[in-house]
Design a protein around this ligand. Structure first.
Ligand code: GDP
Ligand code: MG
Length: 139
């Protein structure tokens, strides 16, 4: 289904700092429905595949080291206009706006608490990266 699903990851910093519950509360309070959810720990190979587009950038090694440093929570979120609305909820990569999830919970530009897909095309790819069809619940 186009335009109504996005993939999020609650990143290792947020889990380590005990912010998982507060982040999920903000997500559901903002009208997103969780239709798939798992705690997992990325391997180096998985992190490199997920962030392959950033290979060669100056922050790449730091990003991969961070993303494998502890567990993550992956979730598929459903809402009309999910990708854009979720990017607005999490805030920009650099200088996230007041009240956004990254503004509230990020510790640095890299350790920024949450991921959100940046396009419908990438949402489809990223949802399939983390979940099989039988892990997605229609309710
Ligand atoms: P996002 O879509 O907002 O998550 O940002 P990007 O796709 O551009 O980058 C992926 C992730 O790499 C970000 O969420 C950050 O964790 C990290 N990152 C991006 N840009 C920078 C940067 O300029 N410096 C550092 N240190 N980390 C960055
Ligand atoms: Mg991105």
């Amino acid at each position: 289904m186009a335009n109504n699903r996005t993939l999020t990851m609650i990143k290792p910093d947020a889990i380590e700092q005990g912010n998982t519950g507060a982040i999920i509360q903000k997500i559901t309070n903002s009208g997103f429905k969780i239709i798939a959810l798992k705690l997992t720990k990325l391997t180096t190979e998985q992190a490199a595949e997920f962030y392959g587009i950033h290979k060669g950038k100056k922050f790449y090694d730091e990003l991969i080291d961070f993303m494998i440093s502890g567990p993550i929570i992956a979730a598929i979120l459903e809402k009309k206009n999910a990708v854009d609305d979720f990017r607005a909820l999490i805030g920009a990569t650099v200088d996230p706006a007041e009240g956004t999830i990254r503004n509230l919970f990020a510790s640095s530009v890299t350790q920024n608490a949450v991921h959100g897909s940046d396009s419908d095309e990438n949402a489809n790819i990223e949802c399939a990266f983390h979940f099989n069809e039988n892990e997605i619940i229609d309710y």
